[in-house]
Design a protein around this ligand. Structure first.
Ligand code: FAD
Length: 447
């Protein structure tokens, strides 16, 4: 069976940015054999956040921070070549630099289509297993994947494996058993919302939206604005929606030099830096969304419509899913005052979590060097350090916010330079392995 130089799990932005770095390098060095790669993606395509592309929403980063431009401004994978090919270049320049989420998702999908080595879609990577040679050394990984549609299984072999599977949707404990067609995470929003059973007797749909981040704000506005009869309940644990920290200097945490700084810090200091940076990206909304939410809430009071209710300092303590709706039990965070809320559906805008070690890597766990707290030791080039018995390069791409800082995971800001770091490291790994294979360890030193 063919052994690839590289097998990548996940063909979202991180996986595509890496493929772009690989192919740009191959194009620039036609005299060298191209790197052989297999790209495996669970979904049917590479559409970016497909169930959260709401009309009227825009991206949170500058469009030049795309999948390739910060690495190589002449790359064929950049947003500007995409615009040129779309025929909208001049029209775009009149928009003041705002890019809708719809257009960014189209750009990500377009970039995926520019990759010559075609990805395999409908392939969920379930495990990455060591293949041990006769001398006891692991030089190859077997990447096992399954087609989520029919469960059929596939295997790909690789000298290097990149895990670029992103962050996992987070469901707080109280909602876990209730998850289904009426209680669902925002990552499934458009899919589930369109399939929601219609309420009886032409009653308006009643929604509860849990959370105070950008996604929560956008979904509240969408539900309130797209159906003039819907009733929307927004439940937040704080005093209300907060705004992102948008200061120029605070936002330099998304620059590559910050990753350099964070990577050099000890664990405790890294956690403090991350805690300070969180307000630039998490649990807050941008000024447009904040203004629109306040205006909608004001309008609701003015008209007495009671279609938008802001439940502040409110925590959900119980969830009861019934055939015709959901009953939420809530408590005021400080007074403990209890309430009951009946709705048709609950949207959980409760964020994402980063795996300590992505699940498919469990079979490799004993071959990875670990820090005192059990987390893998990861290099600046995103490679998990392995024991001497393993020569396979295992890369954690977009899942090491805890190690590389806020810009390295849930942001496009460093997507291209992160891909560059991974790509350079794995080319180095391959070169070292080829050199070692050409000169056996027992051979006398050349003079
Ligand atoms: C609604 C929303 C809006 C956002 N807006 C912005 C923004 O404007 N600007 C910004 O900088 N960031 C934004 N982000 C952050 C965004 O998540 C990242 O910028 C980016 O999507 C991360 O890319 P990724 O490839 O690392 O992870 P993901 O985008 O999560 O992609 C991971 C891919 O891996 C696939 N996958 C998962 N598990 C497996 C498996 N086992 N086998 C095979 N494939 C698998 C998934 O299907 C997916 O395609 C937003 C996030 C959300 C949720």
């Amino acid at each position: 069976m063919h052994v690839n130089d590289l097998v990548v799990a996940g063909f979202g932005p991180s996986g595509i940015a890496l493929a772009a770095a690989v192919e740009d390098h191959d194009d620039a060095h036609p005299q060298q054999p191209p790197l052989t790669a297999a790209y495996l993606e669970r979904a049917a395509d590479s559409a970016w956040q497909p169930y959260q592309v709401l009309p009227g929403t825009d991206i949170q980063h500058h469009f030049l921070r795309d999948l390739a431009t910060p690495r190589d401004a002449a790359s064929r994978f950049g947003f500007v070549p995409f615009l040129q090919q779309s025929g909208r270049f001049y029209e775009f320049t009149l928009l003041g630099g705002y890019v809708s989420r719809l257009e960014w998702s189209a750009y990500v999908q377009w970039a995926a289509e520019q990759v010559r080595r075609r990805p395999a879609y409908h392939r969920e990577v379930v495990s990455v297993e060591p293949v041990t040679d006769a001398d006891g050394v692991v030089r190859t990984a077997r990447v096992v994947s399954r087609d989520p549609r029919d469960g059929s299984r596939f295997e790909d072999l690789g000298r290097n494996v990149v895990i670029a599977t992103g962050h996992r949707p987070y469901l707080p404990e109280v909602f876990r058993e209730a998850a289904g067609e009426r209680v669902f995470h925002a990552s499934e929003f458009l899919l589930r919302a369109t399939a929601l059973p219609a309420p009886p007797e032409d009653r308006p749909v009643r929604w509860a939206v849990i959370g105070a981040g950008q996604t929560a704000g956008e979904i509240v506005l969408h539900l309130h604005g797209s159906d003039p009869r819907s009733e929307v309940h927004s439940l937040v644990r704080h005093a209300g929606f907060r705004m992102y920290e948008l200061g120029h200097f605070s936002n330099e945490v998304y620059f590559p030099k910050e990753t350099e700084y964070v990577y050099g810090l000890e664990r405790e200091a890294r956690e403090q830096v991350l805690a300070q940076a969180r307000a630039t990206n998490y649990s807050a909304v941008d000024p447009d969304v904040s203004t629109a939410l306040y205006a909608a809430s004001y309008q609701d009071r003015l008209t007495g419509a009671h279609r938008l209710t802001m439940h502040r300092r409110t925590e959900v303590t119980g969830v009861d899913v019934r055939p015709d709706g959901v009953v939420l039990e809530t408590a005021e965070v400080f007074t403990g005052a209890k309430q009951r809320l009946e709705v048709d559906a609950v949207v959980l805008c409760t964020g994402y979590t980063e795996p300590r070690l992505p699940e498919p890597l469990a079979p490799f766990a004993s071959l990875l060097a670990c820090e005192d707290d059990g987390l893998p030791v990861v290099t600046r080039g995103h490679r998990a350090v392995t024991t001497d018995a393993c020569e396979v390069g295992i890369y954690l791409d977009g899942v090491t916010e805890w190690r590389h800082g806020i810009a390295s995971a849930a942001s496009f800001s460093q997507m291209a330079v992160k891909a560059d770091a991974v790509h350079r490291d794995l080319r180095g790994q391959l070169a070292r392995r080829r050199a070692a294979a050409a000169v056996p360890a027992a051979a006398p030193a050349a003079v």
